[in-house]
Design a protein. Sequence first.
Length: 475
Amino acid sequence: MPRLVVVSNRVAVPDPEGPRLAGGLAVAVNAALKHREGLWFGWSGQISPGETNTPPVTVERRRRSFVTIDLIENDFQEYYNGFANRVLWPILHYRVDLAEFTSVDLGGYLRVNARFADALSRFIQPDDWIWVHDYHLLPLAKELRARGHDNPIGFFLHIPCPPPDILLALPQHLETVGALSHYDLVGTQTQHDADNLRNYFELQGANFARNQTHFDIDGRRVQLRPFPVAIATKVYARTARTAVRSDFANEVRDSLNGRSLILGVDRLDYSKGIPHRIQGFAQFLETFQNWRGHVTYLQVTPQSRSDVPEYADINQTVNTLVGEINGRFGEPAWTPIRYVNHAYSRASLAALYRMARVGLVTPLRDGMNLVAKEYVAAQDPENPGVLVLSQFAGAAEELDGAILINPHEPEGIAAAIDAALQMPLGERQARHRRMYRHLAAHDIDRWAESFLAALMESRQQPRLFDNIRQLFAVR
Ligand code: G6P
């Protein structure tokens, strides 16, 4: 089996001492590396002092190497804060209005991608397969090809892909989105995302095959397919079963005083629709007054990307709203919303999910949203809670037992919370069973294996065609 080289902006170097904080990307990469020798390359998360790049640092853990580089301040600002998170992130989440483009940041983005390629180059062996993750590294295959690496290279986009009308608003999009044509395989979260990207490449003159799963452009062939990212469903269910008996869980349960828990868990990000959700909850208290005093809405929201102005703004907005709603509806013995900014371990979150009667996952736009999947996996099948899910989360294509809502409609959120709290046990069980079965069958191991199988195929197919062509040519 060939070695797998994984590349992503951040690398989760395992810390045998620390709690398991791993996010979705780390779980996905670990699944890919599970049965094979591998190397994971990316940014250490550290800024190096001065203006000179320091050499990569390698950590060996079991059969895997973790190779990281630091970024100098300028690169961090232009590549990460600037182009990745102030231009690509908003535009790919359909928020052209929030994009702040500068050609300096684009330059920094391209420069850091070239630096990744330079640093990675000497670790790549001819038989390696390379799997690149997410919007930070759109041009990486192009850079690696320019350094002579002919390895199979796949790319997976963890965030949404909007239609061409929006992609074309991205200045010099050919340098970034267009550079995806240097990969052998491009994976998206949903069919909808794949269709949008296909339409974009058609506008750039790509020829699509009849079955639409690959296209030819400038003499290159690219496979393009959805691979909805998943979770380690059974492991997660087991974690939740145990964690719900922990001291942490008991303390939270006691503090609820018999009230039903409504739960939201999101990074602090404008794409998550947290203010809209809080407005929806306020509408719920307004319309369904009988629930006042009988529910607690806990919103767990670790802060992120705090150097980016739009993230400071959303922080301010949410703080103000929570204060307003608690002031308006709260009583001396009841706080309607608990808002916490800490990050919790996987086990603690699993315990909260299992305790929650309602999981509120209402992003304005989300590639997949693994909180939705984790919430389902964590439920007690005998007495499951209900998932209220945005129609604009990738997970909505799969989780047909959720109550789907439009996050822009507070009345709809309010009615969905009420319906979830009132739902009879039989219906809750039936919805949960359906979704759990799907998640158990489509888990993260299957996701990783199907992507890698497609990457292998993407290399075999054109060669097969070449061989057949040659055969006919000789005759
Ligand atoms: C999203 C992205 C990931 C990213 C994560 C955390 O899930 O798809 O690529 O790592 O957010 O964001 P951060 O900027 O802190 O890495």
